[in-house]
Write a protein that binds this ligand. Structure first.
Ligand SMILES: NC(=O)c1ccc[n+]([C@@H]2O[C@H](COP(=O)([O-])OP(=O)(O)OC[C@H]3O[C@@H](n4cnc5c(N)ncnc54)[C@H](O)[C@@H]3O)[C@@H](O)[C@H]2O)c1
Length: 175
């Protein structure tokens, strides 16, 4: 195995959700070890879910330095095949993936705070790689009220976000 393909220890957030439950088996098939941080368990025999509220910074820092399985407590060297040491990467999928799941202010708070806590803890703990799920909602269409559509498709890197929610907020502020 080369350094880039070697088995990695990965903390995955939101792995019990729609997208995560497909990505995690793929990571396992590539030889990586995964710890899932979520509010609800992922029913997978090889993946432990540590129930973690990512809006709580203390829980996030602690979880990023956690054992990956209960067996690690009973016998820290329970298997020569399980690598030990700091984690190699964090993959952040946990979110309210659409509106109307919770009130809008809770959606904003949950998504922004969780992402901030994950990035801050990963950086301060020296994690070399952080991967964050994005979404077409960042272009302001899916979360918009009323008629709203993309002005060009497919979406590309240089897509002009135009009059997004944040632009409207800025305009309101300077009025
Ligand atoms: N599924 C898709 O087709 C799709 C498309 C584009 C982007 N995305 C993005 O991918 C990410 C995952 O989407 P999904 O469809 O799997 O969402 P999902 O709602 O199915 O799963 C999200 C998971 O995050 C967990 N979660 C939410 N808040 C949490 C918190 N405070 N602490 C811990 N866990 C928490 C939930 O319990 C859930 O298991 C989101 O950021 C979403 O915007 C998904």
């Amino acid at each position: 195995m080369t350094a880039s393909t070697a088995s990695k220890r990965i903390v995955f957030t939101g792995g019990s959700g729609k997208a995560g439950r497909h990505v995690i088996p793929y990571l396992l098939s590539r030889g990586h070890t995964v710890l899932n941080l979520d509010l609800i368990p992922l029913p997978h025999p090889s993946v432990y879910t540590l129930k973690t509220d990512l809006t709580d910074a203390g829980q996030v820092f602690n979880a990023l330095t956690s054992n990956f399985h209960i067996a690690d407590y009973e016998n820290p060297r329970h298997s020569d095949t399980v690598p030990v040491g700091p984690i190699d990467a964090v993959i952040h999928f946990a979110a309210y993936a659409r509106n109307m799941l919770v009130p809008d202010n809770e959606c904003f708070k949950g998504n922004v705070l969780s992402t901030y806590n994950v990035i801050e803890a990963a950086c301060k703990l020296g994690v070399k790689k952080v991967i964050i799920a994005s979404s077409e909602t960042t272009y302001g269409v899916c979360f918009a009220q009323g008629e709203s559509d993309y002005h060009s498709f497919p979406l590309e890197e240089d897509y002009d976000c135009g009059n997004t929610f944040m632009t409207s907020v800025e305009e309101d502020l300077v009025r």
